[in-house]
Ligand binder design. Structure first.
Ligand SMILES: [Mn+2]
Length: 225
C-alpha cells in the first residue's frame, strides 16, 4: 500500500489521468486529493467524473475541498456570488457541463462538493488545500483559511504540530521549488505540491505533481491539455 497526494487539477483531465498512469495507482493505494478539481482548465466535469469513477471502482480516494469548489457552491446557492465564480475560472466549468449558471449543475456534483472535508489528519500528516491559520483558537478551527490562506509558514506552531508534516496546494510554485521543499520536508514540515498545472505559460509551472507520503518522492506530469 502506497499513499499519494495530488492538488489543483483545475479541469486538466488528460494530465490527471496521465499522472495516475505514471505512478501506477493501484486499488490498495490511498489517493489524497487536495482540492481545486474545477475551474480554468478545459474539463472540470471530466475530472469530477473520473474521481467518481475511481471511487466506484474500489480505489481509495480521499478528496478535500478547495476554494474553487467553495466558490461554485456559493454561486449555486446565491445569485450574487455568480459573477465572482464566473470570472475566477468558473466560466470553463459551466461550459464543461453545458450549463449557463452554477445551480444548473446536476445535484450529484453539488452534493459531492458539499460533503468535501476541509482537512484530513493521519498520524504523520495534515492534508489541506491552502494551509492553516495558527491563530488563538487553534489551527483546526479556521475553516475558511484552510482553503484560502497564503504565506502562513512563519506562523507554524511546531510544538502543536509535533512530528507531523503539512502537505497542501493552492499557491502555484515551480517544479524546482517543489523539489527543494520536498528535500527539506523533514526539517520544515511543510510542502506545497501545486506546480501550476493550469498555468503552463509561466516558467517552471504547467505540471501536475504526485507526492508519495511514504517515500517523500515527487512525480511530475507536464500539462497535456
Ligand atoms: Mn486554490
Amino acid at each position: 500500500m502506497r499513499r499519494f497526494a495530488i492538488s489543483d487539477i483545475h479541469g486538466c483531465l488528460n494530465t490527471f489521468k496521465a499522472l495516475l498512469s505514471a505512478i501506477g495507482l493501484q486499488p490498495e493505494d490511498e489517493l489524497f486529493l487536495l482540492g481545486d478539481y474545477i475551474d480554468r482548465g478545459p474539463d472540470s466535469k471530466g475530472v469530477l467524473d473520473h474521481i467518481f469513477s475511481l471511487m466506484e471502482s474500489g480505489f481509495q480516494v480521499y478528496p478535500l475541498r478547495g476554494n474553487h469548489e467553495q466558490s461554485l457552491l456559493r454561486a449555486a446557492e446565491n445569485p450574487a456570488e455568480r459573477r465572482i465564480f464566473y470570472w475566477n475560472g468558473g466560466q470553463e466549468t459551466l461550459a464543461s457541463f453545458g450549463v449557463q449558471v452554477a445551480d444548473q449543475i446536476p445535484a450529484r456534483y453539488l452534493e459531492f462538493i458539499q460533503n468535501l472535508p476541509y482537512y484530513l489528519e493521519t498520524p504523520d500528516y495534515l492534508l489541506v488545500h491552502a494551509g492553516f491559520r495558527f491563530g488563538p483558537k487553534g489551527p483546526l478551527s479556521y475553516f475558511e483559511e484552510m482553503i484560502y490562506i497564503r504565506e502562513w509558514y512563519l506562523d507554524i506552531d511546531y510544538a502543536w504540530l509535533g512530528s507531523r508534516r503539512i502537505v497542501h496546494g493552492h499557491t502555484p510554485q515551480s517544479k524546482q521549488a517543489i523539489h527543494t521543499q520536498a528535500q527539506q520536508l523533514a526539517a520544515y514540515q511543510y510542502l506545497d505540491i501545486d506546480a501550476g498545472c493550469v498555468y503552463p505559460q509561466y516558467p517552471g509551472r504547467g505540471y501536475l505533481c504526485a507526492f508519495n507520503l511514504d517515500t517523500g518522492g515527487v512525480v511530475f506530469e507536464k500539462n497535456r491539455e
